[in-house]
Ligand binder design. Structure first.
Ligand SMILES: [Zn+2]
Length: 297
């Protein structure tokens, strides 16, 4: 079965669910995790422990099947080093091919490296629809300085989506919390590049609260908010409140697989959101944003 029937506005529709925030690694990078951890500080923080889960595309497709989710948006990891990025993007492109379009790729870039534009264009040529999950401060570049502006310019010209790891300025620590973009920086960069669609991961680190300020609401209509790792960060009603603040067209379901189970995270949202809202949040919005080809039966 490839889709679930969902009650929506009194009718039964068929929905292709999309998990729009997942992470993959090649088997060889998973095997080399100890070695990579020695040269990449952020990787060491997040994946240095053998307990930290790393998944291949075959494992992802199994998890999607178990959740009856049709598509996923896959990212890798914001490696610092050019050769690690090369291998990562090669694997993501292969994952897209071998999944027969079930996964859409947001490729890895490090605008702090001299050769980053070549790698970025190569990834787009291979079919990537965006870049992410971006961790500017881990990689050592500034979103609002030339490197960040160059990335935004390239994304604007290519119609590519930018998926940012947003670091909450408050609350408990966790591996990989720091080093993303701050909600304030995301607001500024999105304001400066209204033509670039951006996703603030992890409910946007609180940025959605400021959509209640009319000038902020008007300035960042290009920002979407994903629900990745919501259950590890926020209380039960957080996604419903986010939908109230941002509107059902700007909230996107993502699990942060393999950190969390797509099945449980999707079930949770389907239990909380009205049917028509769930169809947008857990499928339709990501299909449009990431240009995911859909087959309705
Ligand atoms: Zn993240």
């Amino acid at each position: 079965m490839e889709a679930w029937p969902v009650a929506a506005g009194g009718t039964i529709g068929v929905v292709n669910w999309v998990d729009a925030h997942t992470h993959l690694f090649s088997p060889s990078q998973r095997e080399a995790r100890g070695e990579i951890a020695e040269r990449d500080r952020t990787f060491a923080e997040m994946y240095g422990s053998p307990e930290a889960k790393m998944a291949t595309v075959a494992e992802l497709l199994g998890a999607l099947d178990a959740a009856e989710i049709r598509h996923a948006v896959v990212a890798g990891f914001a490696f610092a080093d050019e050769r690690d990025i090369e291998e990562q993007n090669g694997y993501l492109a292969e994952a897209q091919r071998c999944s027969r379009g079930r996964v859409a790729v947001v490729a890895t870039v490090n605008p702090g490296l001299a050769g980053w534009e070549r790698q970025a264009r190569q990834a787009l040529d291979a079919g990537a629809v965006g870049f992410g999950e971006l961790r500017p401060h881990n990689q050592g570049w500034e979103p609002l300085e030339p490197a960040g502006r160059a990335l935004c310019g390239l994304a604007r010209d290519a119609g590519a989506v930018l998926l940012w790891h947003v670091s909450e300025p408050v609350g408990h620590g966790y591996p990989g919390k720091e080093g993303g973009i701050s909600p304030v920086e995301l607001c500024r960069v999105a304001t400066e590049f209204p033509g670039v669609k951006m996703v603030g991961a992890h409910l946007g680190g609180g940025l959605a609260y400021y959509l209640q300020m009319p000038e902020v609401k008007a300035a960042i209509e290009n920002v979407y908010f994903d629900t990745a790792a919501a259950t590890l960060l926020y209380d039960e009603q957080s996604v419903a409140r986010l939908v109230d603040l941002a509107g059902p067209g700007r909230v996107i379901f993502g699990s942060d697989y393999p950190l969390l189970s797509p099945r449980r995270q999707l079930q949770r949202l389907l239990g909380q959101l009205p049917g028509d809202v769930a169809k947008q949040v857990c499928g339709g919005n990501a299909e449009r944003l990431f240009r995911i080809a859909t087959t309705h039966e």
